[in-house]
Design a protein. Structure first.
Length: 261
């Protein structure tokens, strides 16, 4: 594995080039331009506000600015994870000519897909910062948790992305299964709601590695609290295992890519 990582490092300029190409192609001849980067998060935020408003009517608790801010803070990272896995899943098949004809570490494709989606995430985050300023959410020392939580999220997306990209070459049903899981995964992830709303049963949602990350971001940004330590450790461990397992799985199948693409 050490040799594979060294080889990937030697091809880092190719990784940068493919990432730049993916970003450029995504926005080329686009009427909306960078607005596409915020369109999906905006739709998720609006859907979440509707859900939270319905909950407020049923529970009798008024919908406040913190509720809306929490949905917004968690929607953009969730949109990043969804788009990263989706683009990574098809990254090898969409570059079949390069995969079959040129020798280089093929993991640059799913990693580049994640990095391109990270660029979209950063663009959407600018709009999020503006929204939080308008809503006067404020800031605190707990904002130092943001880079750490985002790094864990990127590691998780990269690990899953490498796994599904390789698996989709050998099992064509994988891409359809991924789409189903991404479509309905939001209902099993605390994006529209808070874990505490479900009482003791909400703890089971923490088995979803994305749940502690989103809850940690909401805690550090909106509630001005430190993320739950046990959830943070769990997500970190899960993401590292997913990254290593995804990389090993990818490299194990890589010699057979050209035959099965």
């Amino acid at each position: 594995m050490k040799n594979e990582l060294k080889q990937l490092y030697r091809y880092r300029e190719l990784l940068y080039a493919i990432t730049y190409r993916d970003i450029k192609v995504r926005y080329k001849q686009s009427v909306m331009g960078f607005l596409w980067a915020v369109l999906m998060p905006i739709m998720i935020v609006l859907s979440g506000v509707v859900v939270r408003y319905g909950y407020a009517l049923v529970s009798g608790k008024p919908l406040n600015s913190q509720d809306i801010a929490s949905v917004a803070v968690k929607s953009i990272p969730w949109a990043f994870l969804v788009s990263s896995i989706r683009f990574a899943c098809s990254s090898l098949t969409s570059n079949y000519s390069l995969v079959t004809k040129i020798y280089f570490p093929k993991e640059v494709f799913p990693i580049a897909a994640v990095l391109a989606c990270l660029f979209d995430f950063l663009v959407a985050s600018v709009a999020l910062v503006f929204l939080l300023l308008v809503m006067r959410i404020g800031w605190s020392i707990y904002l130092v948790w943001i880079p750490v939580l985002l790094l864990i999220m990127v590691l998780l997306a990269t690990g899953i992305g490498m796994f599904v990209s390789a698996a989709s070459l050998f099992f064509r049903d994988v891409r359809y299964i991924v789409e189903v899981l991404l479509t309905f995964g939001i209902f099993f992830t605390p994006v529209f709601y808070e874990i505490r709303m479900l009482g003791n049963r909400g703890k089971w949602l923490l088995l979803n590695p994305m749940a502690p990350i989103l809850d940690g971001l909401s805690a550090s940004i909106v509630r001005h609290q430190s993320p739950a330590l046990y959830g943070f450790v769990y997500s970190l461990a899960f993401s590292l295992v997913a990254l290593v397992a995804g990389f090993v799985f990818f490299k194990h199948l890589e010699p057979s890519f050209a035959e099965n693409i």
